[in-house]
Design a protein around this ligand. Structure first.
Ligand code: PAF
Length: 281
């Protein structure tokens, strides 16, 4: 496994890989790797000759009051795990490499970045699309692997890739959960034991919403009311949003129809957890 820190040396490696007609699967990460990342790496491993991951805690997707400084950076552990998962190349750039002095260009996707997480995290998706756009240009992968947990990120990045004609296939992998149902996230380690216990209600309430919808409750307001009540009863968490949306467009639904996604964000102290479930009506 190679750890590559500069754009130039990554481009040299990519050139060599392409000259051998090998395919590249790419998993962008901010490190603090967990089983969710491993599932993306394994799928990429199965489907490609070479697996490249990036580890870069991207400052431009954090708001001024968010956890950029506190975000976990377990470098040694990440490298060991990547080795174990047979990653071929880790692209591990510094901030200076990604945003050198004079950097002025950003990628912005309209409309779908204003709602859900975008409403309370202004500028977040601009940071994500800018860094992923740069990474795609540097790595030039055949396939990009993303996790369904970050549902809005998936929709936004797919939009960017289609609109800007990035020649890459997008593969979305299912949410990986802890045994009690909590979606895996690098931020779960911030939770206190009480918050961690309460957080299990998120997936329970999503499953309950799906069950009720599949049993014929198509009124979104009724579904959401019941979810809010359960979350308030069982957790100290503060609901940021819970919405039923069309899974392709992220447009809120009053009546459930088609490919429905119930998506939520709940804050436990400073820790904001997101989760979602998709089903067909
Ligand atoms: O999902 C993440 O970890 C990040 O948003 C990503 C895609 C690596 C961009 O920094």
């Amino acid at each position: 496994m190679h750890i590559v820190k500069t754009v130039e040396s990554l481009c040299r490696s990519v050139k060599k890989i392409k000259s051998q007609n090998k395919t590249i699967g790419f998993v962008p990460t901010m490190g603090a790797l967990h089983d969710g990342h491993c599932s993306l790496i394994r799928k990429s491993r199965r489907e490609n000759d070479i697996v490249v991951i990036s580890i870069f805690v991207n400052p431009s997707q954090f708001g001024p009051k968010e956890d950029f400084k506190a975000y976990p950076r377990p470098e040694k552990k990440d490298i060991l795990l990547a080795k174990k998962e047979k990653v071929d190349i880790i692209f591990y750039p510094s901030e200076k490499v990604m945003y050198p002095t004079g950097f002025l260009t950003n990628v912005h996707v309209d409309e779908i970045t204003d709602r859900l997480c975008g409403a309370t995290r202004p500028g977040h998706f601009r940071g994500v699309t800018t860094v992923v756009g740069k990474l795609l240009n540097i790595v030039t992968p055949d396939a990009l692997y993303l996790g369904q947990k970050d549902a809005q990120q998936v929709v936004v990045l797919k939009r960017m890739i289609a609109d800007l004609n990035f020649p890459v296939a997008v593969k979305v992998c299912p949410i990986i959960r802890e045994p009690d149902g909590l979606a895996m996230s690098s931020r779960n380690k911030y939770l206190t034991p009480r918050q961690r216990e309460g957080a299990t209600v998120l997936f329970k309430s999503l499953k309950d919403a799906r069950k009720r919808a599949l049993a014929g409750e198509y009124n979104a307001a009724n579904i959401l009311r019941r979810m809010r009540t359960a979350i308030r009863k069982h957790t100290p968490g503060k609901i940021d949003y819970i919405v039923c949306v069309d899974a392709h467009s992220l447009i809120p639904l009053k009546q459930l129809k088609g490919r429905v996604m119930v998506v939520l964000a709940v804050k436990f102290g400073q820790t904001r957890l997101i989760d979602n479930i998709i089903f067909y009506i």
